[in-house]
Design a protein around this ligand. Structure first.
Ligand SMILES: Nc1nc2c(ncn2[C@@H]2O[C@H](COP(=O)(O)OP(=O)(O)O)[C@@H](O)[C@H]2O)c(=O)[nH]1
Ligand SMILES: [Mg+2]
Length: 232
């Protein structure tokens, strides 16, 4: 049974003094920093968090907003028109979160894979063999819907009916910096925080469930083993 959203991860932490200190590591001169494959953010020295790696593959029909979603999440400008994504583009997004229970900070490192239409067709034999650990459904264009068009209730019903968590996003550029040097990184972080906090929370929750199943399997194995020993 999944716990309600926001009960594992502190959803407003990015706006607190401590949160700002960690989020400063993913900003450079007030814009979102672009990370190379081997780069890591500078982190507060006194308590460096564990880094948790995930590969997130976005797939779906052309023009539905995969590239725009990654642009929004990484603080880059949204493409105004649909241009076919060449090959497979990867983008690294670091996202620190604070857990409710232990006050532990975790640094998620999401490596987003944006599969272009051509690459998708060319390598579609790969999809069944990529081991998809978890599947989520992303719904975008939330900037265009009036709130009454799709209610939270309908989203929750969809999640229950299909047993898949839904993440929603509005791929629309946030405010620009006053000197015109691009998008305001901090404002962008607040915009995407509900999405990335939810993603981190879902993954953390799934991992905890797997780990506890493993522990109970191990302990039932070890009690069976000790019973075996007693019988012998
Ligand atoms: N208004 C609005 N437009 C969006 C949104 N997401 C994507 N788009 C637009 O949809 C078009 C196609 O998106 P794109 O990311 O290139 O699709 P892809 O082929 O799945 O990568 C782009 O022109 C975007 O501006 C959204 O959430 N809101
Ligand atoms: Mg694309």
């Amino acid at each position: 049974m999944s716990r309600p959203r926001g009960s594992i991860v502190q959803f407003n932490w990015q706006d607190s003094p401590e949160g700002r200190e960690y989020f400063a590591g993913i900003l450079r001169r007030n814009r979102r920093k672009i990370f190379g494959l081997l780069e890591i953010p500078s982190l507060p020295m006194q308590s460096p968090p564990d880094i948790i790696n995930y590969k997130i593959v976005l797939y779906g029909k052309p023009g539905i907003g995969k590239t725009s979603t990654i642009a929004k999440l990484s603080g880059q400008e949204i493409p105004l028109t649909h241009i076919e994504t060449p090959g497979i583009q990867t983008t690294v997004i670091y996202w620190p979160v604070k857990l409710m229970s232990s006050s532990r900070v975790l640094m998620f490192r999401f490596q987003f894979w944006d599969c272009g239409d051509h690459a998708m067709k060319k390598y579609d034999h790969l999809l069944p063999v990529i081991e998809l650990k978890y599947q989520y459904y992303i719904t975008n264009r939330f900037d265009q819907f009036l709130h009454s068009d799709i209610t939270e209730q309908e989203l929750r019903e969809f999640e229950e009916q299909w047993s898949v968590p839904v993440l929603k996003i509005a791929n629309k550029d946030g405010p620009r910096l006053s000197d015109g040097r691009g998008l305001d990184g901090r404002a962008g972080i607040l915009d995407v925080a509900p999405f990335l906090n939810t993603l981190a929370e879902l993954l953390w929750q799934h991992e905890q469930t797997l780990a506890s199943r493993q522990v109970s399997r191990n302990s039932s194995n070890s009690s069976r083993n000790s019973a075996d020993r007693r019988i012998r």
